[in-house]
Design a protein around this ligand. Structure first.
Ligand code: BGC
Length: 372
């Protein structure tokens, strides 16, 4: 019964979101550049098309990925077109078709799910367009390259982080809630494999108690709030929350606040967003995982630029696609755990600025945290 109500509520939330997205948004955002003067010197490079997934599941896509990719393409003097599908699978495919029609010779995608990702990759390949899976592997997709972070390690850092925060709080047999990422995102599967690898032995030994464990469709932050509210109703003694990214973490924190439990129940995250870091500064979030997106964007842009020039770049490693069994040439970068004491590292790296992080009430907290 409860399940029925939950899925109805979830469906309503999806509908409401969809409507807001259509009504309040001017549609997919894009930024383009035709090859400038510097490009003419770079032996007739082709055009690079990039499709980002959305702008709500994480701030990173618009604030970090777009910016760093753009910088890298500009520096290389290649023509590019970066668009955001705003979580619309039909738009995703239309954008890909348009990019190919408009002369893209390289297509870099962050898929919304493996099925539609594969359709786009198949189409690109049939037109002789080179393909790169950016951040998310398209299962069975057969992209020529994959650039991401070690996503199992991201999950391991989250699991270890939750253990550390609960140990610091001297929690005894804490009930753990798991708020997982989108079931259609292969990364969410890898994150979960990472953190369950740490948490399961704790459940098995009886140190921790396994509580509610649910995935959040499309990483939708609004639905995450509804789901966590249900979790807390069914298990009011939840003492630790493994949230798969900062957006989901913030949704849980909002519910915890309403119940005067924020700061008492450690919550994890990922992406080192301004909101996540601010939640850490005030003690509502215990940790996040910083992924230096500049490095990811630079690695992907390097491959894309080489492909656009007709070269056949080699990647430093490979990842086995669990669906096709094929090895996909890959670049995987290293994630870093962030706690209150090293929030300053994220600022020092230039990923977020002191100006955006240390506003209003956070100013004093920033000073305490040694943020220059
Ligand atoms: C990315 C995360 C992001 C999430 C939601 C994942 O595939 O790796 O960085 O938070 O998608 O957008």
């Amino acid at each position: 019964m409860r399940k029925g109500i939950l899925s109805l509520t979830a469906a309503a939330a999806v509908l409401a979101l969809g409507l807001t997205a259509c009504g309040g948004n001017s549609g997919p955002t894009s930024s383009t550049s035709s090859a400038s003067s510097s490009a003419s010197s770079s032996q007739k490079a082709g055009k690079i098309g990039v499709i980002l997934p959305d702008s709500k599941s994480s701030a990173r896509w618009e604030t970090a990925d777009r910016k760093y990719l753009e910088e890298a393409f500009k520096a290389a003097g290649v023509a590019y077109d970066i668009q955001n599908a705003q979580n619309d699978k039909t738009a995703f495919q239309t954008i890909a078709d348009q990019m190919i029609t408009n002369g893209a010779t390289v297509l870099m995608i962050v898929n919304l799910d493996s099925g539609t990702g594969k359709t786009v990759i198949d189409k690109a390949k049939s037109q002789g367009v080179a393909t790169i899976d950016y951040d998310r592997l398209t299962l069975g997709g057969g992209a020529a390259y994959y650039v991401s972070f070690d996503n199992t390690k991201v999950g391991t850092l989250q699991g270890e982080g939750l253990v550390k925060c609960l140990t610091d709080k001297k929690a005894s047999k804490p009930i753990i809630a798991e708020l997982n990422g989108s079931p259609t995102d292969n990364n969410a599967t890898l994150f979960k494999a990472g953190y369950d690898g740490v948490l399961k032995p704790k459940y098995d030994s009886g140190d921790f108690v396994k509580g509610p464990d649910q995935s959040v469709p499309d990483w939708d932050n609004t639905q995450a709030g509804t789901i966590f509210e249900q979790m807390l109703t069914s298990a009011p003694k939840i003492a630790g929350v493994l949230a798969a990214n900062d957006g989901l973490g913030n949704a849980a924190i909002t519910v915890l606040k309403k119940n005067n439990l924020n700061g008492k129940v450690p919550v994890t995250g990922q992406d080192a967003t301004v909101q996540g870091l601010q939640n850490i500064l005030v003690g509502d979030q215990c940790m996040t995982v910083y992924k230096a997106v500049k490095k990811e964007a630079d690695a992907a842009a390097k491959l894309a630029v080489a492909l656009a020039k007709g070269e056949k770049p080699t990647a430093s490693g490979s990842v086995k696609d669990p669906q096709s069994g094929q090895d996909v040439p890959s670049e995987l970068l290293d994630p870093q755990a962030i706690y209150l004491d090293n929030v300053k590292d994220v600022v020092a790296d230039g990923y977020v600025t002191k100006q955006e992080l240390c506003t209003g009430d956070f100013t004093a907290k920033c000073t305490e945290a040694g943020i220059q």
